[in-house]
Design a protein around this ligand. Sequence first.
Ligand code: G3P
Length: 223
Amino acid sequence: MYIDSANEKEIVEAFEYGIIKGVTTNPTILLKEKKERLKQIESILRINNTTLFVQILGDTSKEMMNDALFILNNFSKDNLILKIPITLEGLKVIKQLRNEKKEVKILGTAIYSANQGIAAGIAGVDFVAPYVNRMLVNSIDAYLEISKMKEYFSNHEINCQIMGASFKNANQVSEALISGADTVTVPLDILKQFASNDLAIHAVEVFNQHGKELNNINEMGNE
Ligand code: G3P
């Protein structure tokens, strides 16, 4: 599981729960922090030497390629993964990177269909990010699209991980994982929903109360 945030406090807290493998961002998430882009990337990378996904900017493949090189020149680290939107221009950039910089890891982003995911897999990306909630609000069956991508990748032995993204609640996350997503990226509030069940919290309170009473019995027995 990954944390979808550029907020350093949130990222540090997310890592404390022990189920986070790295950090994903996009331009909207970075903009929320109102800090210079390169400085943000630098400071996030310093947190636990984390894996960080950074989205490439640009309308044309030329602009996107320039931005990819700009990011790679500033951060020549193998824990930095480029996010490239799966558009026709994005595919051109992936082709160029695959020819010229084979070592660079790539995630195909802004995926709203199995078709886009399959194209990205064939193009040779390492991850694809289907946008689950955004698909659902556009009446697209996100879970079916994920299962189609998964089936295609496994039938053709394509080594591409499906990272579900764009979630509005923990149930969407579980559904995406059950449908075939290999991993997911979630904001902190949804990460916390995974283990903050009111019934569980109440059960633990009762156990702790009984534990105190039990200790009192032990102490009385020792007198
Ligand atoms: O990683 C970005 C993707 O998760 C988009 O999320 O919440 O803007 O739909 P959202």
